[in-house]
Design a protein around this ligand. Structure first.
Ligand code: SAM
Length: 284
């Protein structure tokens, strides 16, 4: 197969010839707009010294553009049949390696080898978008930027500010450990098959240290996730439920943290959440 862009007609022809039906369970929605592809790749600001990990390369529309700009590309594709076609497509390109593997199974040691000189790009399979994001966050010390697509609704939970209804654990994580913004909004029709949801591309840059200092990160991460499980309850009731301590003690904890008992978890800012976990640590 020659490395040309797969427009809708060419993609349909390829699918027919190969007997492939796009697998919705694997989140297969292929990019069919070359201008949109070029615009997306522009946000990655690739140079010849970059190594790129591509998540879910599919038939290689992003991959092709990445190979032209970056030094090296590792594409992790779970679908065996598609990966086989992709391998043939890039057989002549020495700087491309297609690996047939679930991205979620890639070992941390693979990332560590690159010592930070690494960019992540992916038009993600949405059924595993959240676990992929959590994995990337865990490994944030080993890559310098990520450019990934997400359903618009999911992206709102990542970029939400305190006080907004979507502010929750994802937003806390991303605002503490990364600088993240929506780079590009895309319509549904740039994909085949057309997905049910609108998409955005996020540009993510890990921070060298948390945006707000956390004195005891271990306690913070033991306490804060459970607080966001009960979004409708007031923080006073959430703590009663989670900590199982006397009401009087909860009152003192909230007073010392400078938090009104009637607030809901999504109304607390990062400083308040950190203070809260700190006060709880000294109290129990
Ligand atoms: N990058 C291609 C494009 O933009 O046209 C394909 C994007 S499509 C939304 C997602 C791709 O991820 C599919 O090729 C699918 O087979 C692959 N995929 C699904 N689950 C995966 C996983 N867990 N690990 C790696 N690839 C996966």
């Amino acid at each position: 197969m020659t490395p040309e862009f797969l427009t809708l007609n060419k993609l349909k022809e390829l699918l027919k010839n190969e007997g492939i039906k796009p697998n919705k369970i694997l989140g297969q929605h292929f990019l069919i707009d070359k201008n949109v592809r070029d615009k997306i790749i522009g946000f990655a600001e690739l140079t010849s010294t970059d190594t790129v990990i591509e998540i879910g390369p599919g038939f290689g529309e992003l991959t092709e553009s990445i190979t032209e700009k970056a030094g090296r590309v590792y594409g992790f594709e779970k679908d065996r049949h598609i990966a086989g076609i992709l391998k043939k497509r890039f057989a002549e390109k020495e700087n491309v390696r297609i690996i047939i593997q679930d991205f979620l199974d890639v070992e941390a040691s693979f990332f560590k080898d690159f010592e930070g000189n690494l960019k992540i790009i992916g038009n993600l399979p949405y059924y595993v978008a959240s676990p992929i994001l959590f994995k990337l966050l865990k490994l944030r010390n080993y890559w310098e930027s990520a450019l990934v697509s997400l359903p618009e609704e999911v992206s709102k939970r990542i970029i939400a500010a305190p006080g907004e209804k979507d502010f929750g654990l994802m937003a806390v994580l991303f605002s503490l450990y990364t600088d993240t913004k929506v780079c590009y909004k895309i319509g549904k029709k740039v994909f085949y098959p057309v997905p049910d949801v609108k998409s955005v591309f996020l540009c993510i840059k890990p921070l060298k240290k948390p945006s707000v200092p956390i004195p005891d990160e271990e306690t913070f991460w033991k306490i804060i996730p459970s607080i966001f499980l009960y979004r409708r309850k007031t923080i006073q009731n959430v703590l009663a439920h989670v900590l199982k301590i006397k009401k009087q003690d909860i009152k003192i904890i909230l007073e010392k943290s400078g938090i009104k008992p009637s607030l809901r978890s999504h109304q607390l800012n990062l400083e308040q959440l950190i203070k809260l976990s700190d006060v709880i640590l000294t109290k129990i």
